[in-house]
Ligand binder design. Structure first.
Ligand code: BTN
Length: 266
């Protein structure tokens, strides 16, 4: 698989020498964090055919069966204050929409803040994690992890996901090359890394264009509390501006809440 991925990357691609492929790992994000702590450079990319403990946002799991999806993490070393990376998940989402569109011709939507969707179903999830240097308070490393459902058919999903998940094969009717998609994702993440701090406004404008949550009736779930409202807008960092039914307008940040559409998952 690694040789196939490399065959789809341009000669001399800057991250080409730091790609690692695993047949099986618990979580590429967890492993990336371990490698980063041991000094792995920015641009180290980890790809697994299978994860036994794939992780999602807010402590959820991400089903990662072999031969079906792409489970990929990259270590970034931006060396900047964490405030400069508030939009990282949004930037990764746009980068992943670009990669999927380049390979399949289909551009997913984004359900705020980190899910790629096709219609009302989830196609992919993104988990970004920052580690700060205790000495400087700057970002020591940022790990961006992406899981994309590529080849699954409905019966490949567990019963609890069957009504809300989909794959690129289901959406496009095509059998896509996972190595080609991996290579497109890696190139898109490299472009994102180069432009991350210089092109924040442009990136957020593109995220706004991809985000299917805006304008929708939503439920905002914080712990045991559920509040209904309307998703109005995004702030400069990707926070979601919501007008709640009690008349209050607040900006919710992704760390604390889960957002659901009124009628199903999106
Ligand atoms: C979510 O759905 O909330 C995010 C899912 C992120 C899954 C990817 S798969 C590769 C990387 N390794 C993990 O353990 N998680 C991310």
């Amino acid at each position: 698989m690694k040789a196939q991925i490399l065959s789809h990357l341009p000669q001399g691609f800057p991250w080409g020498r730091t790609i690692q492929f695993y047949d099986c790992v618990d979580s590429t994000n967890r492993r990336a964090r371990e490698l980063a702590a041991a000094g792995a450079p920015g641009g180290t990319v980890l790809i697994a055919d299978r994860q036994t403990a794939g992780r999602g946002r807010l402590g959820r799991t991400f089903q990662s069966p072999p031969g079906k999806g792409i489970y990929l993490s990259v270590i970034l070393r931006p060396n900047c204050p964490p405030q400069d990376l508030m939009h990282l998940t949004c930037a990764a989402a746009v980068a992943m929409c670009d990669a999927v569109e380049a390979v399949s011709g289909f551009r997913p939507g984004v359900k705020w803040i980190n899910d790629l969707v096709a219609g009302k179903r989830k196609l992919a999830g993104i988990l970004t994690e920052l580690t700060l240097s205790p000495k400087t308070g700057l970002v020591d490393c940022a790990i961006v992890g992406i899981g994309i459902n590529v080849c699954q058919q409905p019966e490949d999903f567990s019963p609890e996901l069957r009504d809300t998940a989909c794959s690129l094969a289901m959406v496009t009717g095509k059998t896509l090359s996972r190595p080609a998609l991996c290579a497109a994702m890696i190139q898109s993440l490299h472009r994102m890394d180069t432009a991350l701090r210089k092109e924040k406004q442009e990136t957020m404008a593109r995220y706004r264009g991809d985000c299917v949550t805006l304008g929708c009736r939503i439920s905002v779930i914080r712990g045991d509390t559920l509040r209904r409202g309307q998703a109005l807008d995004l702030d400069a960092d990707g926070g979601l501006v919501v007008r709640f039914d009690d008349g209050q307008t607040e900006t919710v940040s992704s760390g604390e809440v889960s957002v659901r559409g009124m009628y199903g998952y999106v």
